[in-house]
Design a protein around this ligand. Structure first.
Ligand code: SF4
Length: 357
């Protein structure tokens, strides 16, 4: 089994996927790539949310040409999503793309594949092979009858084989399926035989709520097994939501070092404060922080002080007021109306102290 730290490290722009590096978060733009203004605006929002690589579709020449301008105005590596058309891959590479997602077996003639591989080698650009259960090659569907994890892994090995024959090894592989058990099985099998970093994803996972649950179940199971070097959550929603979900998921497994965590209670009949709105406001506030602090918002004095003591900063509600804790010590009582403001002040102080270290 190639656990994530045993995979080959692959450079993408100024980042490295695989090896002992952190699991990276990526997303994909929903804009027309040729619309530079809209694409850059979306990428900047994704960057602010914590996206570390972003993919755009390159489905025509205008999109490939736009890469040059988009690259000047963003700060994270840009990935071109290309299907079949090797000329678009060459144009994207010429215009400064950092990574190409293309399946070499689908490009066609050998000389076309060689041209793409040569261009990638010259510019140190990696290729992601993106196997998808919904678009397996005909020869595999004939062999297996329908999409299976085995067929998906065989497809990945088929495309990897083409690149390796050309002595190209800066490869990243995904094996996406919308069926969660199938995706888990495909990635688990792939991790046993593929030494390249795996890009995890549950494709077409659905809307914000359902898609978050499906993606977390599938990707979470794999992360818990030590599989996966980069993740993309696919949601029928604003892609910023994909990044938020990915960060929460990585936090769950302690796989992210630059994110704040909120602990909040589900509330019960003991509650004497408006905890839901406080928790939501605090969550929104800390979601953009790039500092690993833990904040707790608890409803009452039963579990509140205990949990608050475990956090860097926390509040435990009481009747019309809250007990503010910092690093395990109660520092003062605050009226309910001032709770969020006071908590934010303390969070800011911790962030400033952290950034100064
Ligand atoms: Fe209920 Fe208090 Fe526990 Fe919140 S912390 S669930 S209010 S007992």
């Amino acid at each position: 089994m190639f656990l994530r730290e045993n995979t080959r490290p692959v450079k993408v722009g100024d980042l490295t996927i695989g090896g002992s590096n952190e699991v990276l978060i990526q997303s994909m733009c929903t804009t027309k790539t040729a619309d530079v203004e809209a694409t850059v605006a979306e990428i900047l929002r994704l960057e602010e949310a914590g996206c570390q690589l972003v993919r755009v579709t390159v489905n025509n020449e205008e999109a490939a040409e736009a890469i040059k301008e988009i690259k000047k105005r963003i700060h994270i590596p840009l990935v071109a999503d290309i299907h079949f058309n090797h000329k678009l891959a060459l144009l994207a590479i010429e215009n400064g793309i950092d990574k190409v997602r293309i399946n070499p077996g689908n490009i066609g003639r050998r000389d076309k594949v060689e041209a793409v591989v040569r261009a990638c080698k010259e510019k140190n650009i990696p290729i992601r092979i993106g196997v998808n259960a919904g678009s397996l090659e005909n020869h595999l569907l004939e062999k297996y009858g329908y999409p299976t994890p085995e067929a998906m892994v065989e497809s990945a090995l088929f495309h990897i084989g083409i690149l390796e024959e050309l002595d190209f090894h800066d490869i990243i592989v995904s094996l996406k399926a919308s069926d969660v058990p199938m995706a888990i099985e495909a990635y688990s099998q792939a991790a046993k035989v593929i030494p390249y970093p795996l890009h995890l994803g549950i494709t077409e996972a659905g809307t914000l709520n359902a898609g978050t649950i499906k993606s977390s179940a599938g990707i979470g199971a794999l992360l818990a097994l030590g599989i996966g070097s980069t993740v993309r959550i696919s949601l029928s929603a604003d892609p910023v939501e994909e990044v938020k979900v990915a960060r929460e998921l990585l936090k769950t497994f302690g796989l992210i070092t630059n994110a704040a965590t909120l602990v909040s209670c589900p509330t019960c009949g003991r509650l004497d404060i408006d905890l839901f709105s406080i928790a939501n406001e605090v969550e929104e506030y800390i979601s953009k922080l790039k500092v690993p602090i833990k904040v707790s918002v608890l409803g009452c004095a039963v579990n509140g002080p205990g949990e608050a003591k475990e956090a860097d900063i926390g509040i435990a509600g009481a009747r019309g007021e809250g007990l503010l804790f910092r690093y395990g010590k109660m520092i003062r009582k605050v009226p309910e109306a001032d709770m969020v403001v006071e908590l934010k002040k303390e969070i800011d102080a911790i962030v400033v102290a952290f950034e100064a270290t």
